[in-house]
Design a protein around this ligand. Structure first.
Ligand code: FAD
Ligand code: SF4
Ligand code: SF4
Ligand code: SF4
Length: 819
């Protein structure tokens, strides 16, 4: 499990300048760039070609590797985000290590964005090639890290999504632990009556799946169980589970219910949303899996000492065991799927709607239970105040959702389930007057709009307007809704027998804690965050952990099931291999430099968002390669420069800085851009042909967290006019918190810069997303103006006046690196 560095042999660099038809050659003088490259140190051959990515272009590289013995390859062409994998494969097929390849982006970040300045674009292209050659001279062989894979999976959460993920994985032949913290699997779907838009019975379609999961030979169902801790990394997770005592042995229990009949305790039944009662020993719902009773310790009169004991006496099968105790067990798995679902927002928070105060204001989930034939009223919808059938009901949408003060997001499924429940009420009670108050109706998927139309045809009234208040007539317990009807343009008060609220979907209780245990981040709404919202929506930023269903955000059943299968497929990719390869561009500790061997340090371990570094007293820090995601944050914060990031070493980056600032540095903006957002944003400026001043020279880092403050000082020491550090927007960081670490570091610098005589406005920290090409161009234009306003002369004076401080700020080890 090592990333091997080579012996550091003499670099023999081959440079290949691509015309990309006229995409590059239409602006940049490629022959000039080729000739310029030929004169750079260690460059053995320099060529230009119409299309370097073509077979013929790639053959040139392969031939030179074989015949001229070049051992570093630089291709000046499009963005590395486009063709880096193509050229890595090309050099690899010619026998050269793929990590001895570097790209200069002279299309997206040069020819396309400086079309009207061909001479300056050509000069910039030369600088970009100079930077790539400088870096390439310090590249070292890297080898993907291989870790063994335990081909078992853990699925956390036994709702419809978790059940589907577990079944898919098990059908692929992998052993699955399906962990559910409640006494039965089923989740919210088990509580629903019918499902939109087809109106099939929820438990009738879910029940068989629950049974299938419990009977599958490759699924180990662990209900009443929680995840306590997780150690390890992709392919090799060690998970400690806590199995809570049921006090009933499921294998012996035949669900006769004799125990519950004699139990004297009654508490509100959670499954019926508190609308019925259950005993202290109970079965969660008739179709529960496992089909076994469970003793709720908190409600029971007492087990230690035994206060009652009636249930045990009543159970002829001897299924009750008061001596059960919590059991911890450790399992080993290769991947984890998180399917912990959602909760409903507490509508009592919005005082104006009177939930909790007026008894006839209920929630949508309470209505699901009321309308269900197996529910507390056997399917008769009645008002809680007098148990009479309501004649006039109103639904209020977006209770807490789409509300800047509460939950700004749309909860996705509420419009559709309200239409469903309104339709069901109309079908059960054709004379019932049903009104839905909404902001917008969202019915985007297959059959949904048609279902909405059907509801309107059935006479359900839809009124656009968010009620400001619900009041109560104390005598009749009727409810008065005050609302501004947006379509009619009038305020009105209307009286109803019952009001049903559609509360926002919120993360399940315990989501935050589970996130910490699994080391997976949450987004601004509190749901688990996906690795990439478009391209990796089932992955979490922690490799090997995937998201299924509403744990990632509110979604309806078909979407949850689709995502469940997607998560299972992503997990299977790993489980189906005996070993898993990991990118080798990870953190690397030079033990002899780590100060923790002598004094207490461990800063790196506190900065790593993935817990990939362990630091023991008087020992050098150790990086667990399989846990490291290669953000480089630790390397930037290590006070001894004892950590570096392979593929983005200090030496490689400082050589790029020096190369970028070789000619007229005072006029240049040196930009450190993170790969995922800002570099992609700069690429977008190019692909959309947004024009901006050609003064900027970009250095790509994987994460803005890699930007060491020494790099910024080095840029000024080399004479830079301005420095831009840019990463993903807050909470969009691909490495959880790398951008926050960067922000802390960079925001501390302006007072220091001022003190040493450098205008602080020459350093900017900006968040630029991959969609913000215009913003990137605007920032560069502004910075270019700043340099002009300050004046090149003053920039030069400031840099040289500050030189003695800048020299001192870079420590001896660093000086040794940059020379
Ligand atoms: P859940 O159903 O929430 O299941 C999550 C499971 O994980 C639960 O069993 C929970 O106990 C378990 N869990 C949570 N935390 C942990 C933990 N830390 N450890 C172990 N286990 C844990 N969708 C439709 O398509 N059609 C409909 O008609 C429809 N009607 C709806 C009506 C209402 C009133 C509501 C609120 C939703 C409705 N939905 C409907 C949406 C539907 O409920 C969801 O799409 C579905 O339940 C999502 O399933 P899930 O497995 O992701 O989450
Ligand atoms: Fe109910 Fe507890 Fe008595 Fe059993 S021992 S019957 S659970 S109160
Ligand atoms: Fe060692 Fe640097 Fe980590 Fe400190 S921050 S423990 S010096 S590697
Ligand atoms: Fe790897 Fe980033 Fe952690 Fe360093 S901080 S060990 S580079 S994941």
């Amino acid at each position: 499990m090592t990333a091997k560095a080579d012996s550091g042999e003499q670099a023999r660099v081959g440079v290949y300048v691509c015309h990309c038809g006229l995409n590059i050659a239409g602006t940049v003088d490629c022959a000039q760039v080729r000739d310029f490259a030929a004169g750079l140190q260690d460059v053995v051959v320099s060529r230009d070609n119409r299309y370097m990515c073509s077979d013929q272009g790639q053959e040139l590289i392969k031939k030179d590797i074989k015949e001229l013995g070049i051992n570093r390859v630089v291709v000046a062409s499009c963005s590395p985000r486009m063709h880096e994998p193509t050229f890595r494969t090309c050099v690899s097929s010619a026998g050269l290590n793929p990590y001895l390849f570097e790209m200069a982006n002279i299309r997206e970040q040069c020819s396309w964005c400086h079309t009207s300045h061909p001479e300056e674009a050509t000069e910039k292209a030369k600088d970009l090639v100079r930077m790539a050659v400088a870096k390439s001279r310090h590249l070292r062989e890297l080898h993907p890290i291989e870790v063994p894979v335990t081909n078992k999976a853990l699925v956390v959460g036994g709702g419809v999504a978790g059940i589907h993920s577990a079944l898919d994985l098990a059908d692929h032949g992998f052993h699955v632990y399906l962990v559910e913290r409640d006494a039965s699997i089923g989740g919210r779907m088990a509580q629903l009556d019918k499902t939109f838009p087809t109106l099939d019975c929820s438990i009738c379609i879910l029940g068989p799946k629950m049974v299938e999961a419990s009977r599958h030979p490759d699924i180990e169902l662990l209900t009443y169980t929680e995840v306590k801790s997780v150690e390890g990394y992709i392919g090799n997770f060690k998970v400690t589970l806590l199995r809570k005592p049921r006090y009933v042995i499921p294998e012996k229990c035949n669900a006769c219910g004799d125990c519950a009949k004699v139990c004297p305790v009654e508490v509100p039944n959670e499954f019926d949303e508190g609308l019925s009662w259950r005993k202290a020993i109970y079965i969660p719902f008739p179709q529960a899996v496992p089909a076994s009773y469970v003793l709720d310790e908190k409600s029971c009169l007492g087990l230690v000492p035994l206060t009652c004991g009636k249930c045990k006496e009543a159970c002829e099968r001897g299924a009750i065991d008061y001596d059960m105790y919590p059991i911890q067990e450790t399992i080993e798995v290769g991947t984890i799927v998180v399917a912990t679902g959602f909760d409903l927002y507490d509508p009592a928070i919005i005082k104006e709607y009177g939930f909790g105060e007026y008894v006839n204001v209920i929630t949508s989930l309470e209505l699901e239970r009321l309308i269900n034939a197996a529910g507390p009223t056997n399917g008769h919808v009645v008002r809680p105040s007098d148990l009479k059938e309501p004649r006039k009901v109103a639904f209020i949408q977006c209770v807490g959702s789409r509300d800047e003060k509460e939950k700004p997001y749309c909860s996705g499924f509420c419009c559709m389930y309200t239409i469903k429940n309104a339709v069901l009420l109309k079908e059960h009670y054709p004379d019932m007057d049903v009104t839905v108050y909404f902001i917008d109706i969202r019915a985007p998927f297959k059959g949904y709009e048609e279902f909405y139309r059907r509801a309107r045809i059935q006479g359900i009234k839809f009124i656009r307007g968010k009620p400001s208040e619900v009041g109560e007539n104390p005598a009749s317990k009727n409810l008065i809704i005050s609302v501004e009807d947006v379509s009619a343009g009038e305020r009105r008060d209307a009286e109803y027998d019952m009001v049903i609220l559609s509360p926002a979907a919120v993360p399940r209780s315990g989501t935050e804690e589970l996130g910490r245990t699994l080391n997976i981040p949450r987004d601004s709404s509190g749901f688990f965050m996906e690795y990439h919202p478009k391209l990796r929506p089932m992955d979490t930023p922690t490799e090997g952990i995937f998201l299924s269903g509403c744990a990632q955000g509110p979604k309806d059943i078909p979407y949850s099931v689709a995502q469940a299968s997607g998560a299972a497929a992503r997990a299977s990719r790993i489980l189906s291999k005996p070993k898993w390869s990991i990118e080798p561009t990870i953190a690397w500790v030079l033990p002899e430099l780590c100060r923790n061997t002598a004094a207490k340090c461990g800063i790196c371990a506190t900065k790593c968002p993935y817990g990939a570094i362990t630091v023991e007293e008087k020992k050098a820090a150790i990086v667990t390669p399989a846990k490291c995601h290669g953000c480089g944050t630790c390397a930037a914060d290590c006070p001894s420069n004892a950590i570096t990031q392979l593929g983005f070493t200090d030496l490689q980056i400082t050589s790029q800085i020096a190369a970028a600032l070789t000619v007229e540095p005072e006029k240049k903006i040196l930009a450190f851009l993170c790969n995922w957002c800002s570099y992609a944003g700069a690429d977008l400026a190019g692909t959309s042909r947004r024009q901006y001043p050609p003064d900027v020279r970009v250095i790509r880092v994987m994460c803005s967290g890699r930007v060491d403050r020494e790099f910024i000082f080095e840029a000024f020491r080399r004479g830079a006019g301005a420095v831009l550090v840019s990463g993903c927007h807050p909470y969009d960081c691909h490495y959880i918190s790398g951008n926050f670490q960067c922000e802390k570091r960079v925001k501390a610098l302006p007072p220091l810069l001022e003190k040493i005589g450098i205008s602080p406005e020459r350093l900017r920290l900006e968040w630029v997303s991959a969609a913000e090409g215009d913003r990137f161009a605007k920032i560069v234009s502004e910075m270019s103006e700043t340099i002009k306003r300050i004046g090149v002369e003053r920039v030069r004076n400031e840099n040289s006046a500050a030189m003695k401080y800048l020299e001192r700020m870079t420590d001896s080890r660093y000086r040794q690196i940059v020379g």
